[in-house]
Ligand binder design. Structure first.
Ligand code: NAD
Length: 250
């Protein structure tokens, strides 16, 4: 898997799965644009990758803000005049609670980032990729995008939408040599994943033991899957919502 001369945008690249994905693409020679609303962490990571010899740039983005997303894609086209892969990865969790406890504010916040944010990115990238006649998109959905996620109603709604957008775009854009896939991780060792369980060791253990492989996933394991989906090794994969979950959803 060599991505030399291939331009990759990764959203949510400052931490967790996005960070691991940036590191993975960097070792494989990609030209990277790391995008995140956390500028400090994103710039530090980008600096580290550049020091290690990568072609990497940081651009601030709030994926839920259309104007902000536009500046990201304008930056990419001005800098490279092409886009080979978009990793729509930025996401947030909701306040835990049953449906009747979901507040309007939390609902709209989660949908704005996880669903509308992915839509903005897909729409911008698909136009570029259709015109250049090649490209791939990987959306970070979730196990909550293919099954129930109790106490995470807004999150599950947003991630099911990501899977729906992935499959629909795959049908529409396959003929233009553009592939659109999603990864569906279960709990992963990031701030959002295992970090969210840190205060409750009993629940942590119970959820870990529910995974057939008896452990949570590593961010690097999702990152490698994302890279593979973008690579020529996966040239006939389109419209797939691929579980990266140690067998949880099997
Ligand atoms: N960690 C898990 O257990 C898990 C499981 C399934 C799916 N996911 C999904 O994986 C993706 C990455 O999650 P993670 O675990 O790495 O989370 P994380 O919280 O560790 O990192 C998320 C990154 O996204 C950025 N971000 C959040 N909102 C943003 C916005 N509006 N605009 C730009 N950047 C924004 C944050 O600043 C952060 O750098 C998310 O879409 C998440 O829903 C995570």
């Amino acid at each position: 898997m060599n991505f030399k001369n291939q331009v990759v945008i990764i959203t949510g690249a400052s931490a967790g799965i996005g960070k691991a994905t940036a590191e993975e693409f960097a070792t494989r020679g990609a030209s990277l644009i790391l995008a995140d609303r956390n500028e400090a962490a994103g710039k530090t990571l980008t600096g580290k990758l550049v020091e290690q010899g990568a072609d990497a740039h940081f651009h601030p983005v709030d994926v839920s803000n259309l104007a902000s997303v536009k500046t990201l894609f304008d930056f990419c086209m001005k800098k490279y005049n092409r886009l080979d892969h978009l990793i729509n990865n930025a996401g947030i969790a909701n306040e835990l609670g049953f449906f009747e406890a979901i507040t309007d504010e939390d609902w709209h916040k989660v949908i704005a980032v996880n669903q509308t944010g992915v839509f903005y990115g897909m729409r911008a990238a698909l136009k570029i990729m259709r015109e250049q006649g090649s490209g791939s998109i990987v959306n970070t959905a979730s196990a909550a995008g293919i099954g129930a996620a109790p106490r995470m109603g807004a999150y599950a709604a947003s991630k099911h939408a990501v899977v729906g957008m992935t499959k629909t775009a795959a049908h529409e854009y396959g003929k233009f040599n553009v592939r659109i896939n999603a990864v569906c991780p279960s709990i992963i060792d990031t701030e959002m994943g295992t970090g969210g369980l840190a205060g409750d060791p009993k629940l942590f253990k119970m959820m870990e033991m529910a995974v057939p492989m008896k452990r949570f996933g590593k961010a690097s394991e999702v990152a490698k899957t994302i890279c593979w989906l973008c690579s020529d090794e996966a040239s006939y994969l389109n419209g797939v919502a691929l579980s990266v979950d140690g067998g949880l959803k099997a």
